[in-house]
Design a binder for this molecule. Structure first.
Ligand SMILES: Nc1ncnc2c1ncn2[C@@H]1O[C@H](COP(=O)(O)OP(=O)(O)OP(=O)(O)O)[C@@H](O)[C@H]1O
Length: 233
């Protein structure tokens, strides 16, 4: 099982500072959730982890190795899977072809779609030949998670997996993430605005406000009024 640590990270967009001294410990084989309103820096945190955005201070430590300036494709090859906000499905490719885009960093022998993906999300199997753009938002989210799983990640990071999705599919996604943690030992980090979802599935919860971590602790022991105060606009 693999640990992921975000250590004292600052991130700037030009002169504007989006992250200030952000430290997050993702324990191996656990689900960590970062909660926060729109625009507080959740996506920036994940883009710093994946290497899409460079940090101006601090580092990301993956499996005891500091990633420094390692580019996104190398991080993916090390076992970092990413499910971006808005899903970023290729609308004109079929479901199967979307899944196969996950093959890029894999050895030839590993270039197949693990059956687990269809066990977790049976709808993908029945829609393999359909275009990504024809799927509902919830089905696209399942496809985006499936595509990340094709890369055989050790650590999976997800950007607002419940955004704009109907409750029954949110439940399916929650169950899938718990299965990946409990049965596959995966380390999972998700950023969210939806408190109840995080309380249900996460082991550790961090609360972010204005680019800083304001609060953190085990999900079983949350100071709910304090968390809600940070989530209110
Ligand atoms: N590419 C960019 N250039 C300049 N500023 C940016 C850029 N991306 C984000 N920001 C700013 O950085 C801050 C943090 O944005 P970020 O997207 O990380 O927040 P978020 O918590 O993920 O919000 P959301 O839920 O809306 O995605 C915001 O003030 C945002 O306007």
């Amino acid at each position: 099982m693999t640990a992921l640590t975000i250590r004292a990270v600052d991130l700037h967009y030009g002169a504007a500072q989006a992250l200030r001294n952000v430290t997050i410990e993702c324990r191996p084989g656990r689900i960590t959730a970062v909660l926060g309103r729109n625009g507080v820096g959740k996506s920036s945190t994940l883009r710093a982890i994946t290497g899409i955005n460079s940090v101006s201070a601090g580092d990301i430590v993956f499996d005891a190795e500091a990633l420094k300036k390692s580019p996104p494709y190398k991080r993916a090859r090390m076992g970092l899977g990413y499910v971006p906000q808005g899903r970023e499905i290729f609308p004109l490719l079929t479901v199967k072809e979307n899944l196969e885009t996950g093959y890029a960093g894999l050895k030839r022998a590993d270039r197949h779609i693990p059956e687990t993906i269809f066990t977790l999300f049976p709808v993908l199997k029945s829609m393999l030949g359909r275009r990504g753009g024809d799927l509902s938002g919830g089905q696209q989210q399942q496809l985006a998670i499936g595509r990340a799983l094709v890369t055989r990640p050790k650590v999976l990071v997800l950007d607002e997996p419940t955004e704009g999705i109907q409750p029954s599919i949110i439940k399916d996604i929650g169950r899938a993430l718990q299965f990946l943690r409990d049965d596959m030992g995966m380390t999972i980090l998700l950023v969210e605005q939806y408190l109840d979802f995080c309380r249900e599935i996460a082991d550790d919860i961090y609360v972010m406000d204005r680019g800083e971590i304001q609060h953190s602790g085990p999900a079983s022991d949350l100071d709910l009024p304090e968390v809600r105060r940070h989530l209110m606009v």
